[in-house]
Every structure is written in structure tokens, then in C-alpha cells.
Design a protein around this ligand. Structure first.
Ligand code: DHB
Length: 508
């Protein structure tokens, strides 16, 4: 082993004992924090991994249904808003408190989505440990990071590179891990973190093909000194993934065109875990014109993807925005409402639903999207004034903000504005990566995608297209819309863990 590789070798003897409190249970854990995942980091505070292993696994014991030999490795990223994220800890933030759903059509109630530190309940990491998982929590660079020499260090695809470096570290050290299966890595994330979780699953590579694969990501991993190991993962959990960014503007206007009033958030509040302040306003006539243009472009884009629904019918759209993809979105909302009804929740006030004899039989799409309301102004993602978080994501070492669609570049109001190259944009798009089946990547075989019915950070078509792309690739997909959830994640951890347990058990 070369000297740099020796630096990445896991040393199980260097741990901090920790007691994790979860629902009255005190779980002893060995904490390995701040493990470097690359030998030449550009942001040493972020390019590290926190690894937590239940003490029982060192004593031949079990936690829940797992032992050292059988425990999956849960890999939650803490990314929100494509901002930098330190590796999470058991004391860190948790999902929203149970029942923290939004009022019909209104802003979320019951605390900030994703309840930050001080939010009630044990953290996702603590709950995962108590369930018997080994937890590996990676740090991730983000769009606002800047070196002392002024260069930007966290622009796309840095976040994906860092997640891949963490996965490579786990595979490289698989034989040295005192607990946890590197062939059962389950990635988890919300929003931008959900998109990155999906991307990790869409672009997992074997060593053999990596030279041709994802050339720039590969080159950056090599330059940083990532572990010489492949980066496939077993399963993806993604909450409200903000992906398919180059077409998310069209999708957003497909859903909201004609809804001119908005409650806008600042880009510093994109992070799903941050308390948001919404500023009301109305689209200008110029924005309304852009909205119509974008909405009109979405059907052609969708029809070109060649995706199908679960029954094998083409997921297309007619020029007016109606058609099978919209029907698939509506069917998901109906199914979500039906599950809510079946568990005793009231659907009172949801005038856009038809409920007959205990069954949810119809949804008025027009009324639903108006009740939901617009959160973002047009264009929602590639802002013509370069004002979005995504514009900042697609900067480069020398440029803070760039466009990432030819459409917005052509309409840019910023003198001298430039655009990211198409390869970088594609590299950050989980739908595109899944559809590149010729790329020789090894996608995660198991996918769980959840998106709230009250989420208006991106169009509901996005998770539906992501699921269809994974299915198209032959992967198994569990997609559902979560009733009344606003933009948030980790709100149904018992169900997520149950899905992981069943998926792992079936693969044994
Ligand atoms: C997030 C939210 C957004 O609306 C967005 O455009 C990007 C990221 C987030 O919560 O991570």
C-alpha cells in the first residue's frame, strides 16, 4: 500500500466512546469522527466522514435484528440548499416532529421543516444506530465555500465528488470495518441532499469502467486522493429530491403557469432545515411571458425522455400539459389522500378532492395547484438574474454564479453572464445519469423516493420522472407522495427503516 493509501486506512482502535439516547434507551457506540476521505483535501473540514458503530458489535452482540456481520451501513448526508454540510452526529438534527404537517394550502406549521438542533426527538443518526445500522455520515462541500485565495471550492460537481469519496473510503476499508456491510450501503438525503443521494445511486461505478466514466468526477477524485476503490451503493433513499435541474424550470411552470401570486423565499433559506420567511408578490408581465414559454417547452422535453409508467404506458404530455405524466402525478396525490383517509386523517377543507363513500375518487388539478400556490418566481431555478442557489451551485473556481441552461443564458439580465458546460450540468442530474445506461455505471438496485403533497420547491413531476428513470433502468422503485408534507425529510423513519430491513433481507 502506498503512503497516501495508508492515510486512508481505518484504525479501529482510535475511537471515542459515546452514549446515544434514543427513546429511553442508552446505546453505547464507538464514534470515529473526522476521518479524512481523501489524502489531498481542498476543504479539510468537509472532506471527512463520521463513523458510528454500536458497541455491541465489538462484543459479538446484536442491536435489533443486526450483528456486526449483517448490519447495513446507513449513509445520511446533511446537505440542504446545495450548501456545505459538516458530517452529522448523533446529537444533530432530526426530522420534523410527528404530525408537523402544513395547514391546507398554507405555510408549514409545527416548527421549521426538518426541525433543526433543538427540534424535538432524537436525530436521524441516533435512531438509525438504535435500529442496528452502522452509520457513516459524510461531510460535503457546497456552493458558498471559498478558499483564502478567493477561488470557489464547492461548485458542482464537488458535492457528488465528496459523497463518492466517502463511499470509496467505505469500500476501501470494508475488510477493516468492525461492523457494517460495505455491500449494503443505504444513502439518505433530503432536497438537495435527496438529489445527491439519488445521484450517488445513479452514478455508482465499478473500477473497471471508471476511466471512461464521469471523466471529470473521476479526475477530481484522483486529484484529491480518494481511496482506490469503487463506489457502488445498495440503496437510495431520497426525500423531495431537487434534481433534473436543467429542466426543473419547465416542470415548475408546467405545474404553476397561470398562478401569478407567489410567496417567495430567499436563496439563503433554500435549505429545508432552515426556518423560512416567505415574501408575497405577483409575477411581472415579463415573468408571466417567461412562464408561458417554459410551460410550453415541457411536453416536448418529457416526450423525448421515452419514460413509461408502472404499467408500461408512455409517460408523455400533450401540448396543453395534460396527459399520462400529469395523470401519474394526480394518481400519486390521490393515493396519498386515500392512505391519509384510511389512517383516520381528515380531508376536510380539501375542496380539490372528491371523496365518495370513504374513497378518494377525484382530484381537480387546477384547484389543487392553485391551493398549493407558487413558491418560486419564474424561472424557478436558472434565474435570468443569476439569483438562485442553483446558479451559485453551477459556478466554477473563478465564477460564483453561472447559468446552466441555454434558455436562461439567452435571456440573462446579467452583463457578461456565462453558463456551466453541459457535461457538468448532466453530471448533477440523477434523471440524466439513470438514462445513460451506456455509461457502464452500476446504479443502486433499490430506490425509495418520498415527496410531500404540499411541497412546492420543485414540480411534483420531478420525483415521478426520477422514479420512472430508475424503473427504466430496471431498478426497483418505491415512490409515494407523503400526505400534507411540506418540503422536508426523515419524517417517516420507522417506515424507511422497515423498507431498508425488507430490502436487505430479500437480497441476502
Ligand atoms: C433546496 C430547496 C430548494 O428549493 C432548492 O432549489 C434547492 C435545494 C433544499 O432544501 O435543499
Amino acid at each position: 500500500m502506498s503512503a497516501p493509501e495508508l492515510q486512508l486506512r481505518f484504525d479501529a482502535s482510535r475511537f471515542t466512546p459515546m452514549t446515544v439516547q434514543v427513546n429511553g434507551l442508552a446505546l453505547a457506540v464507538r464514534a470515529y469522527e473526522g476521518l479524512p476521505t481523501v489524502t489531498r483535501p481542498v476543504e479539510p473540514a468537509y472532506q471527512v466522514l463520521n463513523l458510528y458503530i454500536p458497541e455491541a458489535y465489538f462484543q459479538g452482540g446484536a442491536v435489533g435484528r443486526y450483528t456486526a456481520q449483517t448490519a447495513p451501513i446507513f449513509l445520511p448526508n446533511a446537505v440542504g440548499g446545495y450548501l456545505p454540510a459538516r458530517p452529522g452526529t448523533p446529537a444533530g438534527r432530526s426530522g420534523p416532529p410527528p404530525g408537523a404537517a402544513s395547514a391546507p394550502g398554507g405555510p408549514p406549521t409545527g416548527g421549521p421543516p426538518g426541525a433543526g438542533p433543538g427540534g424535538n426527538g432524537p436525530s436521524t443518526i441516533a435512531q438509525a444506530l438504535a435500529h442496528g445500522y452502522v452509520v457513516a455520515s459524510p461531510g460535503v462541500r457546497g456552493r458558498t465555500l471559498r478558499a483564502t485565495d478567493g477561488t470557489w471550492t464547492g461548485k458542482a460537481p464537488a458535492a457528488l465528488v465528496d459523497l463518492k469519496a466517502a463511499v470509496r473510503w467505505l469500500h476501501f476499508n470494508a475488510g477493516r470495518l468492525p461492523g457494517g456491510r460495505a455491500d449494503r450501503i443505504v444513502s439518505n438525503g433530503t432536497s438537495a441532499g435527496g438529489a445527491l443521494s439519488a445521484l450517488l445511486g445513479a452514478s455508482g461505478g465499478s473500477m473497471a469502467r471508471q476511466a471512461e466514466l464521469q471523466a471529470a468526477v473521476q479526475a477530481e477524485l484522483q486529484a484529491l486522493g480518494a481511496a482506490p476503490a469503487p463506489d457502488p451503493i445498495f440503496a437510495v433513499s431520497a426525500y423531495c429530491p431537487i434534481t433534473h435541474l436543467a429542466h426543473a424550470d419547465e416542470a415548475y411552470e408546467w405545474q404553476f403557469q397561470g398562478v401569478h401570486d407567489y410567496r417567495r423565499i430567499d436563496i439563503t433559506m433554500l435549505d429545508h432545515a432552515v426556518q423560512r420567511r416567505e415574501v408575497p408578490g405577483t409575477l411581472s408581465p415579463a415573468q408571466q411571458a417567461l412562464s408561458a414559454e417554459l410551460a410550453a417547452a415541457f411536453p416536448a422535453h418529457v416526450n423525448g425522455l421515452g419514460l413509461k409508467d408502472e404499467a408500461g404506458r408512455p409517460l408523455t404530455l400533450a401540448a396543453d400539459g395534460s396527459g399520462p405524466l400529469r395523470d401519474a402525478v394526480v394518481a400519486q396525490v390521490l393515493a396519498s389522500a386515500q392512505r391519509a383517509l384510511a389512517t383516520g386523517q381528515s380531508l376536510a377543507g380539501r375542496t380539490w378532492l372528491t371523496v365518495e363513500g370513504g374513497r378518494v375518487t377525484g382530484l381537480d388539478w387546477e384547484a389543487y395547484r392553485r391551493a398549493l400556490g407558487r413558491l418560486k418566481v419564474t424561472p424557478a431555478f436558472d434565474d435570468v438574474a443569476l439569483g438562485s442557489g442553483e446558479n451559485q451551485l453551477f459556478g466554477d473556481a473563478r465564477t460564483d454564479k453561472r447559468h446552466f441552461t441555454a434558455w436562461a443564458l439567452a435571456r440573462s439580465t446579467v452583463p457578461g453572464a456565462t453558463a456551466a458546460d453541459a457535461a457538468t450540468v448532466d453530471r448533477m442530474d440523477a434523471v440524466v445519469q439513470l438514462l445513460r445506461s451506456d455509461a457502464g455505471s452500476v446504479p443502486a438496485p433499490h430506490w425509495r423516493i418520498r415527496h410531500g403533497t404540499q411541497d412546492k420547491d420543485t414540480a411534483l413531476a420531478v420525483p415521478v420522472l426520477l422514479a420512472a428513470a430508475a424503473r427504466h433502468r430496471g431498478l426497483s422503485v418505491d415512490l409515494a407522495l407523503s400526505w400534507d408534507r411540506p418540503h422536508s425529510g426523515d419524517y417517516d423513519l420507522p417506515e424507511l427503516f422497515d423498507w431498508i430491513d425488507r430490502t436487505v433481507a430479500a437480497a441476502r
